[in-house]
Write a protein of this length. Structure first.
Length: 98
């Protein structure tokens, strides 16, 4: 079952974020992931958000996500995201009607 990774953050250092973005796509794709959505200024319809930059990734399974997140290639660049864009990262399981 697919899993969706939702990252929301507040950009504090564009230069570091740009370095992260330049490297992250290859790590995602090498673990069968893909970017589903990306928006630095999403429209807030209800409530408020503290971290406007929103990225949604899809992986074919939790195993694929965990392999990506724990991979040496991703762990090497992860500090760039954490330093440049603090926020939240959650993983949600895909919905499969019964």
């Amino acid at each position: 079952m697919s899993v969706y990774v939702i990252a929301q953050g507040k950009i504090e250092n564009r230069e570091l974020l740009d370095q992260y973005v330049a490297k992250v796509m290859l790590t995602i794709e090498s673990h069968q992931g893909r970017v589903v959505a990306f928006d630095e200024e999403p429209e807030v319809v209800e409530g408020t958000i503290d971290h406007p930059r929103t990225v949604i990734l899809e992986f074919p399974s939790m195993t694929a996500f965990e392999a990506w997140y724990g991979s040496p290639e991703y762990q090497e660049i992860l500090p760039l995201r954490l330093k440049s864009t603090p926020g939240t990262l959650i993983v949600a399981k895909g919905f499969k009607p019964s």
